[in-house]
Design a protein around this ligand. Structure first.
Ligand code: CP
Ligand code: NVA
Length: 304
Protein backbone atom coordinates (compact mmCIF):
# COMPACT_ATOMS: atom_id res chain seq x y z
CA UNK A 1 0.00 0.00 0.00
CA UNK A 2 1.26 3.51 -0.79
CA UNK A 3 2.53 5.43 2.22
CA UNK A 4 0.55 8.52 3.13
CA UNK A 5 2.70 11.68 3.27
CA UNK A 6 1.85 15.34 3.93
CA UNK A 7 4.15 17.10 1.48
CA UNK A 8 1.71 19.75 0.38
CA UNK A 9 -1.77 20.80 1.46
CA UNK A 10 -3.41 19.09 -1.51
CA UNK A 11 -2.18 15.67 -0.32
CA UNK A 12 -5.26 15.39 1.94
CA UNK A 13 -8.96 15.36 1.05
CA UNK A 14 -11.56 17.48 2.80
CA UNK A 15 -12.74 14.37 4.62
CA UNK A 16 -9.21 13.79 5.97
CA UNK A 17 -8.91 17.41 7.07
CA UNK A 18 -12.30 17.24 8.79
CA UNK A 19 -11.04 14.22 10.73
CA UNK A 20 -7.68 15.83 11.63
CA UNK A 21 -9.42 19.04 12.73
CA UNK A 22 -11.82 17.11 14.94
CA UNK A 23 -8.90 15.17 16.49
CA UNK A 24 -7.02 18.46 16.97
CA UNK A 25 -9.96 19.75 19.04
CA UNK A 26 -9.98 16.61 21.19
CA UNK A 27 -6.21 16.57 21.63
CA UNK A 28 -6.17 20.29 22.51
CA UNK A 29 -8.82 19.73 25.17
CA UNK A 30 -6.88 16.82 26.67
CA UNK A 31 -3.67 18.89 26.67
CA UNK A 32 -5.41 21.76 28.49
CA UNK A 33 -6.81 19.35 31.08
CA UNK A 34 -3.46 17.56 31.63
CA UNK A 35 -5.11 14.32 30.46
CA UNK A 36 -2.55 11.82 29.11
CA UNK A 37 -3.06 11.08 25.43
CA UNK A 38 -0.25 8.66 24.58
CA UNK A 39 -1.47 7.42 21.20
CA UNK A 40 2.12 7.31 19.85
CA UNK A 41 3.69 5.57 22.84
CA UNK A 42 7.28 4.50 22.08
CA UNK A 43 7.10 5.82 18.51
CA UNK A 44 9.89 8.02 17.15
CA UNK A 45 9.78 11.14 15.00
CA UNK A 46 12.93 12.30 13.21
CA UNK A 47 13.03 16.01 12.39
CA UNK A 48 15.41 17.18 9.67
CA UNK A 49 16.06 20.93 9.58
CA UNK A 50 17.96 22.52 6.72
CA UNK A 51 16.62 25.98 7.70
CA UNK A 52 16.13 27.74 11.05
CA UNK A 53 13.02 27.26 13.19
CA UNK A 54 11.51 28.10 16.54
CA UNK A 55 7.82 27.13 16.31
CA UNK A 56 8.09 24.13 14.01
CA UNK A 57 10.81 22.45 16.02
CA UNK A 58 9.20 23.20 19.35
CA UNK A 59 5.68 22.15 18.34
CA UNK A 60 6.78 18.86 16.75
CA UNK A 61 9.19 18.01 19.55
CA UNK A 62 6.83 18.89 22.40
CA UNK A 63 3.91 17.32 20.53
CA UNK A 64 5.64 13.99 20.03
CA UNK A 65 6.63 13.93 23.70
CA UNK A 66 3.03 14.65 24.74
CA UNK A 67 1.83 11.75 22.55
CA UNK A 68 4.14 9.40 24.47
CA UNK A 69 6.83 9.19 21.82
CA UNK A 70 10.23 10.74 21.20
CA UNK A 71 11.55 13.28 18.70
CA UNK A 72 15.10 13.48 17.37
CA UNK A 73 16.46 16.72 15.92
CA UNK A 74 18.92 16.62 13.01
CA UNK A 75 20.26 19.57 11.07
CA UNK A 76 22.40 19.97 7.99
CA UNK A 77 25.43 21.17 9.94
CA UNK A 78 25.77 18.20 12.28
CA UNK A 79 24.43 15.40 10.06
CA UNK A 80 25.96 13.82 6.96
CA UNK A 81 23.40 15.73 4.85
CA UNK A 82 25.72 18.70 5.14
CA UNK A 83 28.57 16.61 3.75
CA UNK A 84 26.71 15.57 0.65
CA UNK A 85 24.98 12.31 1.60
CA UNK A 86 22.17 11.97 -0.98
CA UNK A 87 18.68 12.60 0.41
CA UNK A 88 17.60 9.27 -1.10
CA UNK A 89 20.14 7.44 1.08
CA UNK A 90 19.33 9.51 4.16
CA UNK A 91 15.63 8.71 3.70
CA UNK A 92 16.33 4.97 3.44
CA UNK A 93 18.36 4.98 6.64
CA UNK A 94 16.18 7.28 8.73
CA UNK A 95 12.99 5.51 7.77
CA UNK A 96 14.37 2.16 8.97
CA UNK A 97 14.90 3.57 12.46
CA UNK A 98 11.81 5.65 13.10
CA UNK A 99 8.06 5.82 12.55
CA UNK A 100 7.64 9.22 10.94
CA UNK A 101 9.84 12.02 9.58
CA UNK A 102 9.44 15.79 9.34
CA UNK A 103 11.63 17.70 6.89
CA UNK A 104 12.25 21.45 6.57
CA UNK A 105 14.30 22.16 3.47
CA UNK A 106 14.73 24.31 0.36
CA UNK A 107 13.18 23.06 -2.91
CA UNK A 108 10.03 20.92 -2.90
CA UNK A 109 11.91 18.50 -5.18
CA UNK A 110 14.18 17.64 -2.22
CA UNK A 111 11.31 16.59 0.06
CA UNK A 112 9.60 14.77 -2.84
CA UNK A 113 12.78 12.74 -3.45
CA UNK A 114 13.13 12.14 0.29
CA UNK A 115 9.55 10.86 0.55
CA UNK A 116 10.02 8.71 -2.53
CA UNK A 117 12.70 6.74 -0.67
CA UNK A 118 11.09 6.64 2.77
CA UNK A 119 9.35 3.63 4.28
CA UNK A 120 7.46 5.87 6.71
CA UNK A 121 5.29 8.99 6.33
CA UNK A 122 7.05 12.30 5.64
CA UNK A 123 5.67 15.69 6.71
CA UNK A 124 6.63 18.99 5.07
CA UNK A 125 7.80 21.34 7.84
CA UNK A 126 8.32 24.09 5.22
CA UNK A 127 9.89 24.19 1.77
CA UNK A 128 10.43 27.13 -0.59
CA UNK A 129 7.10 26.28 -2.22
CA UNK A 130 4.82 25.10 0.62
CA UNK A 131 4.14 25.39 4.36
CA UNK A 132 1.11 23.12 4.80
CA UNK A 133 1.38 22.59 8.58
CA UNK A 134 1.14 26.34 9.17
CA UNK A 135 -1.90 26.75 6.94
CA UNK A 136 -3.55 23.78 8.66
CA UNK A 137 -3.02 25.54 12.01
CA UNK A 138 -4.36 28.78 10.51
CA UNK A 139 -7.51 27.17 9.13
CA UNK A 140 -8.06 25.48 12.51
CA UNK A 141 -7.56 28.83 14.26
CA UNK A 142 -10.06 30.53 11.96
CA UNK A 143 -12.66 27.82 12.61
CA UNK A 144 -12.10 28.06 16.38
CA UNK A 145 -12.74 31.80 16.34
CA UNK A 146 -15.38 32.19 13.66
CA UNK A 147 -16.80 28.78 12.66
CA UNK A 148 -16.70 27.36 9.13
CA UNK A 149 -14.22 28.96 6.70
CA UNK A 150 -16.31 27.88 3.68
CA UNK A 151 -17.28 30.84 1.45
CA UNK A 152 -15.13 33.26 3.51
CA UNK A 153 -12.54 35.63 2.04
CA UNK A 154 -8.87 35.62 3.02
CA UNK A 155 -6.70 38.58 1.98
CA UNK A 156 -3.06 37.72 1.27
CA UNK A 157 -0.78 40.80 1.35
CA UNK A 158 2.79 39.91 0.41
CA UNK A 159 4.89 37.99 -2.07
CA UNK A 160 3.93 34.72 -3.68
CA UNK A 161 5.69 32.45 -1.22
CA UNK A 162 5.29 29.07 0.46
CA UNK A 163 2.46 30.33 2.71
CA UNK A 164 0.45 31.72 -0.21
CA UNK A 165 0.71 28.51 -2.27
CA UNK A 166 -0.53 26.50 0.71
CA UNK A 167 -3.38 29.00 1.24
CA UNK A 168 -4.36 28.63 -2.44
CA UNK A 169 -4.51 24.84 -2.10
CA UNK A 170 -6.51 25.13 1.12
CA UNK A 171 -8.97 27.51 -0.57
CA UNK A 172 -9.75 24.92 -3.22
CA UNK A 173 -10.28 22.16 -0.65
CA UNK A 174 -12.25 24.13 1.97
CA UNK A 175 -14.13 26.29 -0.55
CA UNK A 176 -13.03 29.80 0.44
CA UNK A 177 -11.60 32.66 -1.63
CA UNK A 178 -8.18 34.35 -1.47
CA UNK A 179 -7.71 38.00 -2.49
CA UNK A 180 -4.05 38.11 -3.46
CA UNK A 181 -1.97 41.28 -3.63
CA UNK A 182 1.69 40.74 -4.50
CA UNK A 183 4.16 43.52 -5.38
CA UNK A 184 5.44 43.78 -8.97
CA UNK A 185 8.03 41.10 -9.65
CA UNK A 186 6.83 38.85 -6.82
CA UNK A 187 3.69 37.47 -8.45
CA UNK A 188 2.26 33.95 -8.41
CA UNK A 189 4.15 31.30 -10.37
CA UNK A 190 1.31 29.64 -12.27
CA UNK A 191 3.20 26.35 -12.43
CA UNK A 192 2.67 26.08 -8.64
CA UNK A 193 -1.10 26.53 -8.80
CA UNK A 194 -3.42 23.70 -9.81
CA UNK A 195 -5.05 24.35 -13.16
CA UNK A 196 -8.69 25.10 -12.53
CA UNK A 197 -8.07 26.76 -9.15
CA UNK A 198 -10.55 29.64 -9.41
CA UNK A 199 -10.51 30.33 -5.68
CA UNK A 200 -8.39 33.47 -5.88
CA UNK A 201 -8.40 36.96 -7.41
CA UNK A 202 -5.41 39.23 -8.00
CA UNK A 203 -5.42 42.86 -6.78
CA UNK A 204 -2.71 45.32 -7.82
CA UNK A 205 -3.57 47.47 -4.79
CA UNK A 206 -3.09 45.74 -1.39
CA UNK A 207 -5.71 47.92 0.26
CA UNK A 208 -8.33 46.83 -2.29
CA UNK A 209 -7.45 43.19 -1.57
CA UNK A 210 -8.48 43.73 2.06
CA UNK A 211 -11.94 45.06 1.18
CA UNK A 212 -14.60 42.74 2.58
CA UNK A 213 -12.07 40.19 3.88
CA UNK A 214 -12.86 37.92 6.84
CA UNK A 215 -9.17 37.30 7.48
CA UNK A 216 -6.14 39.39 6.56
CA UNK A 217 -2.78 37.66 6.52
CA UNK A 218 0.79 38.47 5.59
CA UNK A 219 4.31 37.13 6.04
CA UNK A 220 7.92 38.30 6.12
CA UNK A 221 9.02 40.15 2.98
CA UNK A 222 12.11 37.96 2.69
CA UNK A 223 11.62 34.25 3.24
CA UNK A 224 14.45 31.96 4.34
CA UNK A 225 16.75 31.19 1.46
CA UNK A 226 16.15 34.55 -0.29
CA UNK A 227 18.25 36.73 2.00
CA UNK A 228 20.41 38.18 -0.79
CA UNK A 229 17.24 39.77 -2.26
CA UNK A 230 16.48 41.62 0.98
CA UNK A 231 17.42 45.17 -0.16
CA UNK A 232 15.49 44.87 -3.45
CA UNK A 233 12.47 43.47 -1.61
CA UNK A 234 12.41 46.32 0.91
CA UNK A 235 11.99 48.71 -2.03
CA UNK A 236 9.49 46.63 -4.01
CA UNK A 237 7.25 46.00 -0.97
CA UNK A 238 6.80 49.68 -0.15
CA UNK A 239 3.04 50.07 0.55
CA UNK A 240 2.47 46.40 1.36
CA UNK A 241 2.45 46.87 5.15
CA UNK A 242 -0.74 45.64 6.85
CA UNK A 243 -1.68 48.64 8.95
CA UNK A 244 -4.85 49.90 10.67
CA UNK A 245 -5.99 51.61 7.48
CA UNK A 246 -5.94 48.36 5.51
CA UNK A 247 -7.63 46.48 8.37
CA UNK A 248 -10.43 49.09 8.23
CA UNK A 249 -11.19 47.98 4.64
CA UNK A 250 -11.77 44.43 5.88
CA UNK A 251 -14.97 43.28 7.59
CA UNK A 252 -15.46 44.62 11.11
CA UNK A 253 -14.96 41.15 12.61
CA UNK A 254 -11.97 40.26 10.41
CA UNK A 255 -9.06 38.42 12.02
CA UNK A 256 -5.38 39.14 11.43
CA UNK A 257 -2.90 36.25 11.08
CA UNK A 258 0.86 35.99 10.58
CA UNK A 259 2.77 32.71 10.69
CA UNK A 260 5.65 34.42 12.56
CA UNK A 261 8.40 35.44 12.99
CA UNK A 262 7.18 39.01 12.25
CA UNK A 263 8.91 42.32 11.55
CA UNK A 264 6.87 45.14 13.04
CA UNK A 265 7.07 48.21 10.83
CA UNK A 266 7.78 46.15 7.68
CA UNK A 267 5.02 43.72 6.65
CA UNK A 268 2.79 44.54 9.63
CA UNK A 269 2.24 47.55 11.88
CA UNK A 270 2.57 46.98 15.63
CA UNK A 271 -0.98 48.34 16.09
CA UNK A 272 -2.29 45.43 13.99
CA UNK A 273 -0.21 42.47 15.16
CA UNK A 274 -0.55 43.57 18.79
CA UNK A 275 -4.14 44.76 18.32
CA UNK A 276 -7.52 43.19 19.12
CA UNK A 277 -8.06 41.52 15.72
CA UNK A 278 -4.76 39.65 15.85
CA UNK A 279 -4.82 35.91 16.67
CA UNK A 280 -1.13 35.26 16.04
CA UNK A 281 -0.46 33.61 19.42
CA UNK A 282 -3.40 31.22 18.95
CA UNK A 283 -2.06 30.40 15.49
CA UNK A 284 1.36 29.60 16.95
CA UNK A 285 -0.10 27.49 19.76
CA UNK A 286 -2.35 25.61 17.37
CA UNK A 287 0.69 24.34 15.47
CA UNK A 288 1.13 22.04 18.46
CA UNK A 289 -2.41 20.68 18.48
CA UNK A 290 -2.92 20.19 14.74
CA UNK A 291 0.47 18.59 14.23
CA UNK A 292 -0.18 16.11 17.03
CA UNK A 293 -3.39 15.13 15.22
CA UNK A 294 -1.46 14.97 11.95
CA UNK A 295 1.30 12.75 13.41
CA UNK A 296 -1.30 10.47 14.92
CA UNK A 297 -3.28 10.23 11.68
CA UNK A 298 -0.24 9.52 9.51
CA UNK A 299 1.11 6.83 11.85
CA UNK A 300 -2.14 5.19 12.98
CA UNK A 301 -4.80 6.20 10.47
CA UNK A 302 -8.30 7.09 11.69
CA UNK A 303 -9.01 6.04 15.28
CA UNK A 304 -12.48 4.77 16.13
N1 CP B 1 5.84 29.74 11.48
C1 CP B 1 6.92 28.93 11.53
O1 CP B 1 7.04 27.95 10.81
O2 CP B 1 7.84 29.30 12.46
P1 CP B 1 9.32 28.74 12.63
O3 CP B 1 10.10 29.18 11.43
O4 CP B 1 9.83 29.37 13.90
O5 CP B 1 9.28 27.25 12.72
N1 NVA C 1 7.69 32.44 4.34
C1 NVA C 1 8.52 32.29 5.51
C2 NVA C 1 7.81 31.53 6.56
C3 NVA C 1 8.58 31.35 7.84
C4 NVA C 1 7.86 30.49 8.83
C5 NVA C 1 9.83 31.62 5.14
O1 NVA C 1 9.82 30.70 4.32
O2 NVA C 1 10.88 32.03 5.66
Amino acid sequence: MAIKHFLQFSDFTLDEFDYVIERSRIIKRKFKNYEPHHTLLDRTLVMVFEKNSTRTRLSFEAGMHQLGGAAIYLNTRDSQLGRGEPVEDAAQVMSRMCDIIMVRTFGQDIIDRFAGHSRVPVINGLTNEHHPCQVLADVFTYIEHRGSIKDKTVAWIGDANNMLYSWLQAAQIFGFHVNVSTPKGYEIDQSLVASGNSNYTFFANPSDACAGADLVTTDVWTSMGYEEENAARLKAFDGWIVDAEKMKRANADALFMHCLPAHRGEEVAAEVIDGPQSVVWDEAENRLHVQKALLEYLVLGKLN
